[in-house]
Design a protein around this ligand. Sequence first.
Ligand code: MN
Length: 349
Amino acid sequence: MDQAREFLEACRDKHVLVVPHTDVDGLSSGVLMLRALQSLGARPTARLPGKGEDVHHPGFLERLGASSTEALVVLDMGSRAEPLLPGVPTLVVDHHASEVFPPGAQVLTAYGHEPVANTSLLTYTLTSSFIVPGPLEWLAVLGTVADLGADAPMPFLRDALRRAKRSSITEAVALLNAARRSSRFAAPLAMQVLLRAGSATDIAEGRVPGVDALRDCRLEVQREVARCAKTPPRFAGNLALLLFSSEAQVHPLVAMRWVQRLPDHIVVAANTGYLPGRVNFVLRSREPVDLLALLRGLDLPPMGGSFAHGHSRATGGSLPPADFLRLMDALGFRGLSDRDLDRRGVAPG
Ligand SMILES: [Mn+2]
């Protein structure tokens, strides 16, 4: 923590790129970090990964590298042992399970420290000596509730949740989360709304511009989840495959619904419409099955795309259709063809 504070103090007068994950925990961490760097006299700019990208995505790294920056702060993005911007001083703040980190980066992680604090809480603690903390506490609450729930065992949460108004926090989390799930991928709008708001109630009650569009995103996502969850499952042993096409990021939500309906099954929810040339999928199960071990234990040739990241209870990937078919075959779903993976966008089919 002390070294991370020194890193931020050394950013004074410098141009700093702040790169948060696009979920609520990431975005609220991003706003806290921007405020802290501004009050330290740095010149921070937020940069969000695009639809289907993370910080290690080559296209995103290329865009980051194109702007001459003197420091990089990466928030809530998980960690891999791959370089980010070589030669640029980098701070990673995170809580995802990882033993490996980008070479040369300084890392502040809550992983391994029970109860594991989410990134916005960690960032709030990190930056509290550089900001007037009270008025920004709701941002720490927002990320905590989004990632860990309103009953998370974090000592600060009960009182802070009362101060921020529990119902406003829940509503704001739902609206902000819908942004990145929408087919428009409105995460930048969610970030703008967070920057304009002075409280969760500002967002919940639509007192700042942009909330109307977030409500549209939520309606779209609800509609798409309802449509895609009507897909009839295919079965292979204790696995159930839901195969559908939506430009919205509904596959995790569809999987959650089907896990309730099929509590004894491992549910694979696969979306052929999320990204061109890709099948994005998640695995979920109500039983304590190590899903990561299941995927990694298959005898598969090297796969294009990303695959089997995440953790034992929630994993998935993003694969070219041919590789996805190989994976399904290995899991026991025989006879699927290219045509089953047609991209049909949001149109029902
Ligand atoms: Mn998080």
